[in-house]
Design a protein around this ligand. Structure first.
Ligand SMILES: Nc1ncnc2c1ncn2[C@@H]1O[C@H](COP(=O)(O)OP(=O)(O)O)[C@@H](O)[C@H]1O
Ligand SMILES: [Mg+2]
Length: 258
């Protein structure tokens, strides 16, 4: 669970339920494939939100639209009370939105440490002098310290997943978007990653996590939405959502009204 302390900003009380991200009327289609059909979503500043949905539902596309690499056909994206819909990805990152990629995308020819320096300086806008201590801290935190001088292209899957998370953390995000970070890992490997994500959330970072590894998701998130056919077909506390007729029908072919 995240921090639940309120914070005064101007004359407003900000607490964990104050929206940090609001999507309204978001639409996106690729030809006949509709990935967002008038989507509405609000994420609280202290929230850890899970996103479930079958392959091809549009989960990764949603992250593309939030981070600015994919242009929606219509709709608005408000972050921290500002409309960021027209901002390029690096400016969204500098405001505190960061993501990990489903398929890790490190600079393979650079070392792990250099990858973090790029994130902290380009994404986090730190000078190299200021970026170094932050990167060292992120290396420790993500268990990558022993790999600091290794070429990112030669890492194991677990370390590549850690590096995805580490690069996102090096930008000092306030909203962290995770795309299937637990996929392909053993249960043991997953445990360390879950502990790290819980720790990041507890430090006050809002999390939106797309994940098929349901037990990992359930041990972190306090709310779950299900994306299907370009719409959120369920939204609420994780257990009731998982056990809802709509989700049972979607994942197990059990009739909603059976
Ligand atoms: N750039 C693109 N051009 C055309 N089709 C795309 C593009 N990106 C995604 N799609 C299609 O949109 C659908 C949703 O993809 P994606 O967002 O990756 O789904 P998910 O992450 O839920 O598996 C898929 O059918 C995919 O093939
Ligand atoms: Mg995806």
């Amino acid at each position: 669970m995240g921090q639940r302390r309120g914070k005064i900003e101007g004359n407003r009380l900000l607490d964990s339920t104050t929206p940090i991200l609001t999507l309204s009327g978001l639409c996106k289609r690729f030809g006949a494939v509709v990935v967002a059909d008038n989507l509405e979503l609000s994420v609280g500043a202290g929230e850890a939100l899970g996103i479930l949905g079958p392959n091809g539902a549009g989960k990764t596309s949603l992250f593309g639209m939030i981070t600015g690499t994919l242009r929606p056909d219509a709709g608005r994206i408000v972050y921290d009370d500002a409309d960021i819909s027209a901002l390029p990805p690096e400016r969204r990152c500098r405001r505190g939105i960061s993501r990990s990629f489903q398929v890790p995308q490190p600079f393979g020819g650079m070392t792990v440490f250099e990858n973090l320096l790029v994130a902290a300086s380009f994404g986090g806008q730190l000078t190299e002098r200021a970026a170094t201590p932050r990167c060292l801290e992120v290396l420790e935190r993500t268990g990558l310290a022993r790999r600091a001088n290794q070429r990112a292209g030669s890492l194991t899957l677990l370390d590549r997943k850690r590096l995805e998370l580490a690069r996102a953390l090096a930008t000092a995000p306030r909203l962290l978007l995770l795309d299937e970070v637990a996929g392909g890992l053993t249960d043991h490997e997953c445990e360390g990653l879950i502990a790290l994500i819980r720790d990041v959330h507890a430090s006050g970072v809002a999390i939106v996590w797309i994940e098929h590894v349901v037990h990992a998701l359930l041990s972190v998130v306090d709310r779950l939405v299900v994306l299907y056919g370009g719409k959120f077909i369920a939204d609420g506390a994780p257990r009731p959502v998982i056990e809802s007729p709509a989700v049972r029908e979607l994942y197990m072919g059990i009739e909603a009204d059976a």
